[in-house]
Design a protein around this ligand. Structure first.
Ligand SMILES: [Ca+2]
Ligand SMILES: [Ca+2]
Length: 134
């Protein structure tokens, strides 16, 4: 192997490494309930204006009572005051009751793709489930 062959082989490794890095953007790793509001997640905040403990997830939550805010013992249930939707394609609907208000009267609130509510106002501290969908 001469110097040129070695250089080409090394540069080939460099290209492969770069491709691997490039094809794994950080957005692909939005991980739920890590306390970071990432692309594709709905983020639930304990206080108004996206402050305080956070609950972040890409999933539907049928019952907030079984979840807590990240690094907190505070339950999600009846504690959410503001919401961000970081999914550019899907809206998400919050419901007053567990199981998406199934067979129970209650309010629901749709947050559009990339939408947010800095306060749920009269609905503060009442949300108990959410479901993705437009
Ligand atoms: Ca996250
Ligand atoms: Ca609250």
């Amino acid at each position: 192997m001469n110097i040129r062959t070695l250089a080409i082989r090394l540069s080939g490794i460099g290209v492969i490494g770069a491709l691997l890095t490039f094809t794994v953007p950080s957005v692909a790793f939005a991980s739920s309930n890590d306390g970071s509001c990432d692309w594709g997640e709905v983020c639930l905040y304990y206080y108004n204006s996206f402050q305080g403990p956070i609950g972040d997830t890409v999933n539907n939550y049928t019952n907030y009572a079984i979840y807590t805010f990240h690094n907190s013992s505070l339950p999600l249930n009846d504690d959410v005051d503001s919401v961000r939707n970081l999914d550019p394609n899907f809206g998400v609907t919050l419901y007053q009751n567990e199981s998406f208000n199934t067979n129970v009267a209650g309010w629901s609130l749709w947050i559009p793709p990339n939408g947010s509510e800095a306060t749920l106002g009269a609905y503060n501290n009442e949300a108990s489930s959410h479901h993705w969908g437009n």
